[in-house]
Design a protein around this ligand. Sequence first.
Ligand SMILES: C[S@@+](CC[C@H](N)C(=O)[O-])C[C@H]1O[C@@H](n2cnc3c(N)ncnc32)[C@H](O)[C@@H]1O
Length: 501
Amino acid sequence: MKNKKRRREQPRPTIHPRNKYSENPPDFALLASLYPSFSPFVFYGRDGRPRIDWTDFGATRELTRVLLLHDHGLDWWIPDGQLCPTVPNRSNYIHWIEDLLSSEIIPKINNNADNIRGFDIGTGANCIYPLLGASLLGWAFVGSDVTDVALEWAERNVKTNPKISDLIEIRKVDTCMDAVLGEDSSEDLLCNGSKTNPSNGLGRESAPISSYTRDDAVEENSYSGPPILFGVVRDGETFDFCMCNPPFFESMEEAGLNPKTSCGGTSQEMVCPGGEKAFITRIIEDSVRLKQSFRWYTSMVGRKSNLKSLIAKLREVGVTIVKTTEFVQGQTCRWGIAWSFVPPARKIVSPYLAEKSNLSFMLEGLQRQFGAIHVLQSIESFFREAGASCKLNVHSFSVDITASNDHVKGILRNKVALLEESVGGDCEEEPPSCSDTMPCPSDDLSFCIIVFQQIPGTLLVKGSLQRKDGLLSGAFPSIFQRLEEVLKQKFCREKASVAIS
Ligand SMILES: C[S@@+](CC[C@H](N)C(=O)[O-])C[C@H]1O[C@@H](n2cnc3c(N)ncnc32)[C@H](O)[C@@H]1O
């Protein structure tokens, strides 16, 4: 009973509360009974629950098709191998943008709030964001892409849905790099044939387009592909937001494709030289030029380490606000990043301040023989050895931990010993202890550690404090840091060799 209560109180990451699926996840049995084309993909496990094989592209595509039809009234299809979106997950991003737009921290560009207009960078054959944004919220969209197959199928997916087709324009990104990166660019000719007008009153930076040179483009890890926003957004156009699910990976090997799911994805969809960091950095550079043509610039980010450097880049270019969020879907975790050049309507308090009750770190370069389950078991034994009580849940890849004052001391005392061994007597903070004037805390330190699979060889470890105001809560960051050291030492190739040498 006590355990049940604790589990309910746990601040678990959830899908957006306005997401259609937050209370009612897709009901495979119902969908199979209504849609005969879906039923061959549904089977029943020993527990009697209906399932699909997530490694079968046909099954994931058919699920997306029936969800879009059943829940959104949309007629949708993509050819074999194209990236297949999961509807609940993509809806989270749409609802987050809805939150940003309604927050009014950043004043509206146009006063007609009913006419929200967004720009989906790389809409893909699936055209998922414009379809969801238009059908759920009546937003208008420009969806851009570079590949013929994406443009052709995005068009089809718009045209087969006449009730929203007027709201969505599919725009081809001209890959004529010479027009954008060429030497003779004194006329600021945009790729779509229009010319920039420095006096259009939109706050655009009128830096000459020739400030992007081929030399810049071939710099290591910098983006060298077709235009993204600058050169695609037309002169005088304004948008409430842009969004992007960027090509995350630097190579198809890195994409590696999660063996537990098959969502398709061609190299054009998944890969870009320099990976997502280079792609999003270019969006940031474009935003510096387009400034207030957009109220919010946003993108999805696949790696937490990239999120940090992108935030640093945004600080450098002088944005007025940065916001981040987390998108959690099963064992996958992604981030959303948003920024603006519009002066905020009200004072913002510490926009970069991290939520102290939620901490995380990445385990990158995992040795081949180790997976999430080994890390999870190690987390459990790490705390159990210190005497803390642990409850491991292999389904949610989480461990619930409750540690008393003595357990906390034990964990951190080990840390001091280890640091003394390796660096010769560095001081480490002591956990808060009971004093005569302070009542001994009856409430232990309770927290949850979850392990997420990111890409093959990379895991994300997240810790969430149950009670931020607990007397032992101040020790949580040190404990979490200690856990990070131990896990990196044990599981990561690079970290292990650094520690040994
Ligand atoms: C990861 S896919 C995202 C597709 C879809 N938005 C989704 O969420 O499933 C990335 C898309 O970006 C497109 N792309 C790559 N470079 C681009 C560029 N410079 N401008 C517009 N789209 C681009 C790719 O063709 C691909 O369709």
